[in-house]
Design a protein around this ligand. Structure first.
Ligand code: ZN
Length: 249
């Protein structure tokens, strides 16, 4: 099926954690959003591939995704190679999104870094009729990247205030990854009792930059075209320094 936006995640919980608010914002605007997980998360420290597939299905429902696929690339071994590129090109040609969202091709996790390169290249090559698998060529707009865990200045922050609770609900669908007093599996960053607080702190931090309660950060590898320069530069950030009564959700 064709969609307005297609969000890629290297692992089954990345879409919720890093772009869940964006998915909900787009859905509320009437845009259709699909999700593609590149791997089943089978090499993750916690949870099994089967458990994680169920969690991703539930998380996708909460985000209102029109579909959620899994390309079955190896967890911990995502590479920007020809076979993987063909799978992504095929997905882009089948779903014909105008917007593609992916991890930035940087950061400490090799799967996120490689996925960023893989999707950036596939986005371009999907428009070349003689490259890749059969299917009508399709080239979406530039890739919108969500950040990795390293300090970087976003170029776009989406106000997700109205949808933040639902984003958190979608993250909580990934139960096997999160803190549980009954789990005997090895601890990870995500299973720390602080993890959901960190997600909220990030959202408050990025929200504060645009004068919103909660924001989700993205970047583009180039300038953004603007039709309304005055609207584009309006200083919503002033709200950070002049507390308003209406900043509550
Ligand atoms: Zn990940």
């Amino acid at each position: 099926m064709t969609v307005d936006a297609l969000i890629f995640g290297p692992h089954p919980d990345d879409i919720e954690i890093l772009a869940g608010g964006l998915a909900l914002v787009l859905g509320a605007r009437g845009e259709t959003v699909g999700g593609i997980d590149l791997s089943r998360g089978e090499a993750g420290t916690r949870g099994s591939a089967e458990q994680r597939a169920d969690e991703a299905r539930r998380g996708g429902e909460i985000l209102g995704l029109a579909f959620r696929e899994n390309l079955g690339l190896p967890d911990g071994g995502i590479r920007n190679d020809d076979a993987s590129r063909d799978l992504v090109i095929d997905a882009l040609r089948r779903h014909r999104p105008r917007l593609v969202v992916a991890p930035e091709p940087d950061g400490h996790h090799p799967d996120h870094l490689n996925a960023g390169h893989l999707i950036r290249e596939a986005r371009f090559l999907a428009g070349c009729s003689r490259i890749g698998p059969a299917g009508d060529p399709w080239r979406p707009g530039r890739v919108l990247y969500y950040p990795s865990r390293k300090p970087s200045m976003p170029t776009i922050i989406v106000d997700v205030t109205q949808h933040f609770d639902r984003k958190m609900e979608a993250i909580r669908a990934h139960e096997s990854q999160l803190h549980s007093t009954s789990s005997t599996e090895q601890a990870t960053t995500i299973s720390s009792p602080d993890f959901l607080d960190i997600i909220e702190a990030d959202a408050r931090h990025f929200g504060a930059m645009i004068g919103a309660r909660y924001g989700e950060a993205f970047s583009l590898d180039g300038p953004v075209a603007v039709d309304d320069p005055i609207a584009a530069v309006r200083d919503r950030g002033a709200a950070v320094f002049t507390p308003r009564r209406d900043t509550k959700r």
